[in-house]
Design a protein around this ligand. Structure first.
Ligand code: GAP
Length: 429
């Protein structure tokens, strides 16, 4: 069994098997955008649902929100994104291609046109997608596609406090789309222009941020384990002060061993009271938290665990990708944790031209579908081909209805990782 995986292997499997396609593919694509096919959307939802269950439903101190993507431009002025959410960009004089300065090797020719020594001096490039809301195109109508889900949480902090009056510490969670006009999208979905985040803003007493931060490290490690990511593929990297985002007083980047190299999977940041202070200053609304049964009031501090869905999905695919040899042939399979697998059971009649087998298989399929939902009917090609296909999409169990089923009601159940087969009954499944 081998776990070494190249980026092309993941990209090719993702396309071949209906996980992820290039966005607007039929028109030649749109750089930095990706479309999820039937299996990709199922895997993505399973990851997002697991996150929601773990960090919202299974806890007493968490509140979910789903804020609008378009927000008042003051949000992004107050948060500092209008002024500082920018990367240094360098343009090639010959072909006008733009590159992120921190990803550029000046000693090499332009990767787009091959010209040497053609790079200009770096300029800051704001990564927010700007638009206008309503029919009038003026300063007042400017809005942005949100570059992070976090601000939709901060702007609802007061609403949640007023509606629920939670005890500190408590968190507000949101998962959804974020948009960044990345100068150079790269490495498949790793750096996209449209992606999804799963973020929590966890509000704490200013004196208690350190213990909350430590607790989040433990909770994150447990969640990464549920994603099936081996601990040895993840490294916590303490970000030095000069590399931290403008709002952060402490950040740990969780780096994962992606096929393209070690890179950021998620971040855990201590944002202090940066965001609520800014909202208070710009909106004039009081963001203080009044401690129940005392006169103590303060603006809470914030711990932010911020996951990118695409990066989580890429990490899951990377760590699940396996090859081995079966009957002298190379096999590719995804050893996905069962709770993440897009399809839990595939049901097949051994031969599709035998109506009695098909009828019985349909019956078993309907029963399993009622019970598990994520069950696939598969009668394409011979049984070996079906197993290969199901292995590649990470289906843990294949159920085959054969002539014995008609006699004694038992079916063959074949396991993805071991390829072992045993006889069982649909009731036992
Ligand atoms: N609210 C904090 C924040 O947005 P960030 O480090 O800029 O912090 C958080 O982003 C996470 O969002 C990253 O760790 C990554 O998983 C994901 N992310 C950021 N930019 C991305 C991009 N262009 N494509 C895919 N995921 C991205």
């Amino acid at each position: 069994m081998s776990t070494e995986v190249k980026l092309e292997d993941i990209v090719s499997l993702a396309k071949r098997r209906g996980f992820i396609y290039q966005g607007s593919d039929v028109y030649g694509g749109l750089s930095g955008t990706w479309d999820y096919g039937p299996l990709g959307v199922a895997l993505k939802r399973n990851i997002m649902n697991l996150w929601w269950q773990t960090f919202v439903e299974n806890r007493d101190d968490m509140y979910g929100v789903d804020a609008a993507i378009l927000m008042n431009q003051k949000v992004w002025q107050a948060s500092g994104h209008v002024d500082t959410f920018a990367d240094p960009m360098v343009e090639c004089h010959k072909c006008n291609a733009r590159f992120r300065e921190d990803h550029l090797d000046y000693s090499k020719p332009c990767a787009n046109c091959g010209e040497r020594d053609s790079f200009g001096s770096p300029k800051m490039f704001n990564m927010m997608f700007k638009t206008n809301v309503g029919p009038v195109d003026d300063e007042a109508s400017i809005s942005y596609l949100r570059p992070e889900t976090a601000q939709g949480i901060f702007t609802n902090y007061k609403n949640v406090v007023d509606s629920f009056y939670p005890d500190l510490p408590f968190g507000i969670a949101q998962a959804g789309k974020a948009f960044r006009n990345e100068i150079s999208p790269r490495d498949f979905v790793f750096r996209s222009r449209e992606f999804e985040q799963m973020e929590v803003e966890y509000f704490v007493h200013p004196d208690k941020w350190e213990e909350a931060f430590e607790q989040w490290r433990t909770d994150i490690a447990a969640f990464l384990d549920q994603l099936g990511l081996p601990a040895e593929m993840v490294e916590e990297v303490e970000v030095p002060e000069n590399d931290r985002a403008h709002y952060s007083k402490r950040t740990i980047d969780y780096e994962f061993a992606f096929p393209h190299g070690k890179d950021e999977l998620l971040g855990l940041a201590y944002r202090g009271s940066f965001d609520l202070d800014n909202i208070q200053r710009v909106s004039g609304r009081n963001m203080e938290y009044a401690v129940k049964g005392s006169n103590e009031k303060f603006v809470p501090h914030v711990i932010e665990p911020s996951f990118g869905v695409e990066r989580a999905l890429m990490a899951v695919l990377t760590s699940a990708y396996r090859t081995d040899e079966q009957n002298g042939e190379q096999r590719i399979y995804l050893a996905l944790p069962e709770h993440l697998a897009p399809v839990k059971y595939a049901v097949s009649p051994l031969l599709k031209n035998k109506p009695e087998l098909v009828e019985k298989a349909r019956e078993v399929y309907r029963e399993l579908k009622k019970k598990y939902g994520a069950v696939m009917w598969d009668d394409n090609g011979n049984i070996g081909k079906r197993y290969r296909r199901q292995d590649e999409i990470g289906t843990p169990h294949c159920v085959v209805i054969d002539f014995n089923t008609l006699e004694d009601g038992t079916v063959t159940m074949r396991e993805r990782d071991t390829t072992e087969q045993k006889r069982t009954t649909p009731e036992e499944i």
